[in-house]
Design a protein around this ligand. Structure first.
Ligand SMILES: [Mn+2]
Length: 430
């Protein structure tokens, strides 16, 4: 593949913007200095804050009503990696791809690993898929997978997860993310307790196949595809299962998988306290969805979540090492643009959380000064950290303005003939 986003293009764009960026960065540095914050220390923190791209997010998403594909969508895993590389070249904070099997299964996984290596990409958590039937599959998941009443069906789902671990080992991953759509659509359809017993039994068999350095991320979701009850419906059930399974099992927090108005940042604090926070699927939602771009709706909530993470970093909380990933559906935007924007929005929340003066906040808390405690958070949240984000990208070889640079490359147009439409409807969101 011809390198369409090349360094020269990025540098040409950066040249146009670098002078004003230097000025903005210097000005912000002076402002932060007055608050006792050294901007160079803050910007360095971004070096270790990386967000994985979900391979399936590179294709246009859809709803159960329709999908409206864009041009030059990736048709296979290799092309998905090309798009992930394009994103990372521009933002320099997304060097990992989280694959989804069997969607991303290729004949030669070593070839895929080499392909990723050449693009300076590595593989994040492996996602299994037992929420839909695949062509040629012996048993159907219509009535569940790991919790199905039939042992044959459960064994098929367990086998798939164990295979995912094997494939992940070849790709250099070190975690398996398990989300199941199992549940029921009518009261009485499923015995709540027996279904969860079957889940634990199935997961413990998968757990036994985990290499020593691997973790198992349990992802919950309140509803959908099951609309009356879901087996792993909330963080309580998820963490109970993680505790039953063992230290390698942890709870994954997908921002869109909670009941409305739930205090997600508090859930995050609880999971950190008990060393059960696996990581995140970042997205945003307005109603009961998990599909909108990160930071597009509830930016303060996203900041408060990152605030808990930075607090855990600050306290050097035991066992704290969460994995960050985006998980959203791009129905009307170019997925590359949404993933660029979203990764930067998560970085933005992280940066703002770094600006909170933790000693001051602790002081206000100890004095029961609710108003000033809130104002300390707001001071950080209301600071425009855009110059730090842009400076980080420029120094790392990325684009000061990644969207404008991407658009000027005519990426999709240039790939249109190489990637003809397949009318594929395989994009999913979990
Ligand atoms: Mn998810």
């Amino acid at each position: 593949m011809k390198e369409i986003i090349d360094q020269n293009l990025i540098q040409d764009h950066n040249l146009k913007n670098s002078k004003s960026l230097e000025k903005d960065f210097e000005f912000l540095g002076e402002q932060l200095q007055q608050r006792g914050i050294r901007i160079e220390e803050i910007i360095q923190k971004l070096d270790s804050f990386m967000i994985a791209i979900p391979s399936w997010g590179t294709g246009t998403g859809g709803t159960r009503f329709a999908r409206f594909p864009g041009i030059a969508e990736p048709r296979n895993t290799f092309e998905k990696l090309e798009d992930c590389s394009t994103i990372n070249k521009l933002v320099r904070c997304c060097p990992m791809v989280s694959p989804h099997f069997p969607w991303d299964k290729v004949d030669d996984l070593k070839e895929l690993k080499e392909f990723a290596d050449n693009l300076e990409l590595s593989f994040g958590s492996i996602n299994s898929n037992t929420f839909q039937d695949q062509p040629g599959q012996t048993h159907s998941y219509k009535f569940g997978s790991l919790t199905n009443v039939s042992k044959e069906v459960r064994n098929q789902a367990i086998k798939h997860n164990v295979e995912c671990i094997e494939w992940g080992k070849v790709l250099g991953s070190d975690s398996l993310t398990v989300w199941i759509g199992d549940g029921s659509n009518l009261p009485g359809q499923q015995h709540f307790t027996h279904a969860l017993e079957r889940y634990l039994d199935s997961c413990s068999q998968i757990y036994e196949s985990l290499p020593d350095n691997w973790q198992m991320y349990l992802e919950h979701k309140m509803f959908e595809p099951a609309f009356y009850s879901t087996v792993i419906q909330d963080w309580g059930t998820s963490v109970l299962c993680a505790m039953e399974l063992g230290p390698k099992a942890k709870s994954l927090v997908d921002l869109g998988h909670h009941a409305p108005n739930v205090n997600i940042e508090m859930i995050v604090a609880r999971l950190i306290q008990f060393q059960k926070l696996a990581g995140f699927h970042f997205n945003d939602s307005k109603y009961g969805d998990d599909d909108l771009d990160s930071g597009s709706i509830n930016t303060y909530q996203q900041f408060l979540i990152l605030n808990e993470l930075v607090d855990a970093e600050y306290r050097k909380a035991k066992g704290f090492n969460p994995a960050y990933m985006l998980d959203q559906s791009h129905n009307v935007t170019d997925p590359i643009e949404s993933l660029i924007n979203s990764s930067v929005e998560v970085q933005r929340s992280y940066l703002k959380a770094l600006l909170v003066n933790r000693e001051k906040l602790q002081g206000y808390q100890d004095e029961n000064d609710a108003l000033m405690a809130s104002n300390e958070l707001k001071l950080a949240y209301n600071t425009d950290v855009s110059p730090i984000l842009a400076m980080y990208r420029m120094r790392a070889g990325g684009a000061i303005d990644p969207i404008a640079t991407y658009r000027s490359a005519n990426y999709r147009k240039n790939l249109e003939s190489a990637r003809p439409s397949t009318n594929s409807n395989s994009s999913g969101i979990v």
